[in-house]
Write a protein that binds this ligand. Structure first.
Ligand code: PA5
Length: 463
């Protein structure tokens, strides 16, 4: 792989911005309330590392054979000198790969000339918008492309549609589609197709759901083909998982972040959770987190008349850009938000601002120092307005720290699930939508469901 191995360095969590005092009692938390509540998450890590773990995501970084298999698969496609990777998948089968690639590859990866790129261009197809896929197929040369289709269930309608269109376009171009495909899939229909057609396949682990799959072939293979150091990423994830197993709950950043966010939601009326990285490279991480948090924690708890809807509402933002957009809302709008910053202590590139400005005071200042000053400024503005914030600190945006952060946010979500008393690994609301889409597109066996939908449609009101 063309990138350097990650240097060790650990992420940390700064929590001072949620404390009361200095925040007013109605908006902040006391150390003792946090300390009491975090104890309720004590069993989360042992359960996730135990034999009957409800999800295998925390055990993933320990498994080294899958990472070797992913790297071997990536080497295969790199040796074949593919120019384009088309990654087809949706939700958890796409967002992790996108977040990893965008965080660790060159910011203009797809635009660089071949010789300066770490690997082939990458295109994510995670929608059934004909404009996007149609346009891509107009120019990508299928003879030099690999299609990575990712679906745990193997039956997701959007992924199936994308796969079928791309397979057909390969065939029409006179290319043997079987030699240009690799699947990451579980035990469903896609596996059967793969077996029958002799497609190269990597397993989607049984015990890991889509949105927790960033450290499986679902999240790693596409970035690895593009030249990202996925071993370094997994090494960072392993470091965090090992740390999580050793630490007391009150020392564990993931459990503490979950506790603080839960208490602010349930005792301080702050259900909005903003993830605001100060780095363009981490913007897709925000979308990954929105799915992880939203789909895991937005749940109905209990049944019948005792049922209650719970869970935070995640919002993505990006510093500094959103200082000129959403920060006004965060500082003066409804006091219903926790802002979670992500910042990096070091820059990958040095860029000094020259003088002769309109902004003379910037003469000789590093652009990265300005980024960090602006993040600190937003933190101060929030604090002065009595709004809580916390901050995930990365030594740098590199494979190791990113791997740590991915596991930390996954563990934070799992711990929050335990505090809310819901199952953070299922998604009944998504399944209901999938069934309705099958019925509406006329899939065989869904006629009754279609009739039910037709009968319960809201009245027509068009103006
Ligand atoms: O997190 C999840 O479980 C979902 O977002 C799935 O990843 C998404 O629905 C795609 O499912 P599949 O991988 O089965 O195609």
């Amino acid at each position: 792989m063309s990138q350097k191995r990650a240097r060790p360095g650990s992420i940390s969590l700064s929590l001072g911005g949620v404390l009361s005092p200095p925040l007013p009692g109605a908006h902040g938390l006391t150390r003792s309330a946090i300390a009491r509540t975090v104890e309720r998450t004590r069993e989360v890590v042992p359960q996730l590392l135990g034999r009957d773990a409800p999800s295998g995501f925390l055990k993933l970084p320990k498994r080294s054979a899958p990472v070797r298999a992913i790297e071997a698969e990536a080497r295969y496609w790199r040796r074949r000198k593919v120019r384009d990777v088309i990654h087809i998948g949706i939700g958890g089968s796409s967002l992790g790969a996108d977040a990893i690639l965008r965080a660790l590859a060159h910011p203009d990866h797809n635009l660089l000339p071949d010789a300066r790129r770490s690997g082939p261009r990458v295109h994510f197809i995670d929608n059934v918008d004909p404009e996007r896929l149609g346009a891509l197929l107009e120019w990508v040369d299928p003879r030099h492309a690999v299609v990575h289709t990712v679906s745990k269930s193997g039956g997701t309608v959007e992924t199936a549609a994308g796969f079928q269109i791309v397979r057909d376009s390969l065939t029409q171009a006179g290319v043997d589609w079987r030699r240009h495909n690799v699947f990451t899939t579980g035990k469903g229909a896609l596996r059967k197709i793969g077996q029958e057609a002799g497609i190269r396949m990597l397993p989607f682990p049984d015990d890991v759901g889509g949105r927790y799959s960033a450290l499986t072939p679902s999240g790693l293979l596409t970035p690895a083909i593009a030249g990202v150091d996925v071993s370094g990423l997994v090494a960072g994830a392993r470091r965090f998982a090992q740390r999580a197993a050793r630490l007391q709950p009150a020392e564990n950043p993931a459990l503490m972040a979950a506790t603080v966010a839960f208490l602010l939601d349930t005792t301080r009326s702050k259900p909005m959770q903003v993830l605001m990285p100060y780095a363009d490279a981490l913007e897709p991480l925000g979308r990954w987190y929105v799915q992880l948090c939203g789909e895991s924690l937005g749940k109905r708890r209990g049944t019948g008349s005792r049922a209650r809807s719970v869970g935070p509402t995640p919002l993505p933002a990006r510093g500094t850009t959103d200082q000129h957009s959403q920060v006004q809302l965060f500082v003066e709008g409804p006091a219903d938000k926790l802002v979670m910053f992500v910042r990096s202590a070091r820059d990958r590139r040095a860029l000094t601002i020259p003088g002769n400005g309109p902004a003379e005071y910037l003469d000789g200042v590093e652009l990265g120092a300005l980024l960090r000053a602006e993040q600190a400024g937003t933190e101060v503005a929030l604090a002065q307005a009595g709004r809580p914030s916390l901050c995930w600190d990365l030594p740098e945006i590199a494979p190791g720290p990113l791997g740590e952060l991915l596991v930390a946010l996954e563990l934070m979500t799992a711990a929050a699930g335990s505090l809310y008393g819901i199952d953070p690994y299922n998604q009944p609301g998504v399944e209901a939508g999938k069934v309705a889409a099958f019925a509406l597109i006329g899939r065989e066996g869904y006629a009754d469901e279609r009739a039910r939908i037709e009968a319960s449609r809201p009245p027509l009101w068009r103006i």
